[in-house]
Structure formats: C-alpha cells, structure tokens
Design a protein around this ligand. Structure first.
Ligand code: DSN
Length: 433
C-alpha cells in the first residue's frame, strides 16, 4: 500500500508527466493559433529565477517592501526598453495580461454606467471589451462599430456616425481577428469632436507594430495601447500599457494598474518581457516581415485550393492572421477538430456574419503564422502546409498517415529563430531531480 507521501508524489509525477506529454504533442504539431508563441531561451530562463517569488508593489524606488534593489533596476530598464520599442513617452510593464491592462485603463477613465464604443465579437472584438467581460465588470454599456465584410474592417462612415451620435467616453479598438489596420486617421475628426479617449488593444499585433510593419496607432490618433505580450511579440504571458498622453492621464493609468487592478506584479515575467524587447529591437523588423509574408502566401495558397479566405479584396491579410469560412467543409468546429487529429493546431472562430450564439460551432477558422515563422517556416514550408491542410480537409486522406506526415515535416524545425542564443523548443523539463 502507498503511504501518503508516495500517493502525493504520484500525483505530482502525474502532473509533471502531463506537461511532458503536452510538450511532446506540441513538438510534433504545427502550431497555428494566432494568439500564441514560444519564448526565447534567455527570456524563458527568467521565469525560473527568484524574481518570480518576490513582492514589489507600486513603482520603482517607492516600494512597500524591502529586497527590491535589483528589481527596481530591472523594472526601470524594462520600462525604458518599452519606450524605445514603441517610440512612446510612457510605458507601464506591470499588468499581468492583456485583459488586466484593459481593466486598468477602464478603471482609470470610466465610471459604472458610462458608454464605450467597441468592435463586436463577431467583428473580431476581444471578450474583455464585451459586456460579459471586463467592460461588464466595470458596469459599462457598449455600442459596437458597424463592420464591412468585404473590407474585413470596421465601416468608416458608419463608425463616424455612431461616434458622433453616441458620444462614448472611450472609443476602443483592436481585435482578436485582426487582419487589417484600423482606419484611425479617418476617424480622428469624430474623436476630436466628442473629445473621447482613444484606446487601442494591440495584443495581437503588438510585435508587428513594434517591428514597424503594421499601423502606428499612437501616431494615428490613439492615446493608449494595451496588450498581452505573447502573440506577435513573442514574450511571456504578461501585459503592457503604452501611452502618448498627458502626465495627468498617465498618472491615472498607473493608479489604475496599482492599486486598481493588481497588488503585486509578476517580476519574473517582467524580466522575460524585457529580454524579449531587446531581441525584438534587434530582430523584430525581419521577424514581422516574414510573419506577414507567410500569412499572405498561406492565404493565397488556401484560396487556390478552393478555401474561402476572407479579405481577398485586400490581399487576405496585412497581419499574421487569416480568417477562413469553412462552412462548406463542415464548419469551424469540425475542421478545427479534424486538423487537430492530424497534428495541426488552430481554433474555430466566429466570422463577422455569425450570430454570437454560434460560438461553439462558428463558420470559420482562424490561422496565425507568428509561431511557425518563429521556428523557421519560409515560403516553401508555407506552400507545403497549405497542401497538408488541403489533403486533410478536402481530399480527406487517411488521418493517421497525415499525422505522420505532419510529424515528419515538423521535425525539420528544431530551433527558435529571431533571438539571442540557441534553443531546441519543447525541452523545458530540467529542474526537478
Ligand atoms: N483569447 C485570445 C485569442 O485567442 O485571441 C486573446 O486573448
């Protein structure tokens, strides 16, 4: 019979074993989820340092705890790196996630009952800007921008009318299906007329903005960028707020972060973010160019195979993301699950004309090229990926054989690119002996 210690150890080893199996599953698979990425070795190392076990409430040099001598220096440097990377006056690298960043900004500039304008969920909006997400938690009301499916973007004229009529306290932008830049410049007169705050949730495209390959929202009308830091910016699961705004407004943002929506921030993740920023300053431009090139090529290839890739009129995408209507191939749920069986990991997604009630079985799938680009996919690899997807979904080839092909293909990509140092991804379990 097992004694208590052995029983608990068995549980611990079971959980560790799941992590090992999960690592192996991703090692063998092609990762296409548009909101994920893998970290560099130097950034990853930071997550297992003592930074992760300490408190540092507040701002550098004005803490409530002792022991922050090096923490303060690290936070100062990460903040400065953020200013360089985003060419911005203010950076707060403390939020724990994208949603946490959004909550801090909502806390700073709204009161319960206020109205804000946001992208709709089906138009790609994020759950944190929906009434059942962070926005609802703050007790806010929302109106959604009209969407133009041909353009795969918000409808400019309709949005101008909506802003002028509804006079929202905040005009909120940014999506989770983010194919094309938001037409901020075209909306500037409307923002000015109602004196709204303009906030842009850049989570998905943060690395592309920093790599100067997408729009530059802070120069186009937004005062604040929020975001998570682990999508096209390949950092830790963390958050950030960037601002070109008045000192008074920035103080409100900082108070929104602490003590508004968090007590301690996660120092190990912040250090990892700092290292990611240094790497992005060096490699971000090349990396972003290749991400977008790969996404556009994949859109074109899938289109040639007969898939209905949205945004065709504008070249399918100007970001890392593709949105594909697969209602003729069995629907988003069926296609995503079938691809998963063959080792291609992506997600089903609402499309702009889907009712929100269809979120468990929407018409679409979403694809992101940032992670495959990170491990070295170039043009020929993208063409082969499109062929694999066609073989699995359209030609209906044997799933086990396809899984083998996917595994063999993936085994060619053994190193994380666009970073300092060398590392074979998925080999993470080294500390416990
Ligand atoms: N849920 C994430 C996404 O997949 O886009 C964003 O937080």
């Amino acid at each position: 019979m097992l004694n208590k210690r052995d029983e608990f150890l068995e549980d611990a080893i079971y959980i560790r074993g799941l992590a090992e199996k999960h690592n192996k599953m991703f090692e063998d698979s092609i990762p296409l989820i548009a909101s994920e990425n893998i970290m560099s070795p130097m950034a990853m190392e930071m997550l297992t340092t003592d930074f992760g076990f300490r408190y540092a409430e507040g701002l550098p040099h004005k803490r409530y705890y002792q022991g922050n001598y090096y923490v303060d220096q690290m936070e100062d440097r990460v903040t400065d790196l953020g200013r360089s990377l985003f060419r911005a006056k203010y950076v707060d690298p403390r939020p724990l996630s994208g949603t946490n960043s959004n909550m801090a900004v909502l806390y700073a500039f709204t009161k319960p009952g206020d109205l804000i304008s946001t992208p709709s969920l089906a138009g790609g909006g994020h759950i944190s800007s929906a009434p059942f997400g962070a926005v609802g938690f703050r007790g806010l009301r929302t109106v959604n921008y009209p969407f133009d499916v041909d353009e795969m973007n918000i409808d400019v004229d309709g949005t101008i009318k909506l802003i002028k009529k509804e006079k929202p306290k905040i005009c909120w932008f940014g999506q989770s299906v983010f194919l094309f830049p938001t037409p901020l410049k075209e909306l500037n007169d409307a923002f000015n007329e109602i004196n709204a705050k303009v906030v842009y949730d850049a989570a998905h495209v943060l690395g592309l903005i920093a790599g100067k390959q997408f729009q530059d929202p802070l120069r186009e009308g937004a005062q604040l960028l929020t975001g998570s830091t682990h999508k096209t910016l390949p950092g830790p699961q963390h958050g950030i707020i960037v601002g070109e705004t008045s000192d008074d407004d920035w103080k409100k943002v900082q108070r929104g972060v602490f003590p508004g929506v968090l007590s301690n921030h996660h120092l190990n993740a912040m250090a990892a973010l700092g290292i990611t920023m240094t790497e992005h300053l060096e490699y971000g431009e090349d990396y972003s160019k290749q991400i977008i090139k790969n996404a556009q090529l994949l859109g074109g290839e899938l289109n040639k195979y007969g898939f209905k890739v949205l945004g065709e009129k504008n070249g399918f995408t100007k970001s890392h993301t593709l949105a594909i209507d697969v209602s003729n191939q069995g629907g988003g749920k069926y296609v995503a699950e079938k691809l998963e069986k063959a080792g291609i990991i992506l997600n089903k997604n609402l499309l702009p004309y889907d009712d929100n009630k269809k979120s468990q079985n929407p018409s679409g799938i979403r694809i992101g090229t940032q992670e495959v680009t990170r491990i070295g996919f170039k043009e020929d690899d993208i063409k082969y990926l499109a062929e694999l997807i066609n073989d699995i979904i359209v030609k209906n080839k044997d799933i086990e054989k396809m899984k083998q092909e996917v595994n063999e293909f993936k085994s060619k990509f053994t190193e994380i690119q666009y970073c300092f140092g060398k590392f074979k991804p998925y080999q993470y379990l080294k500390i416990y002996k």
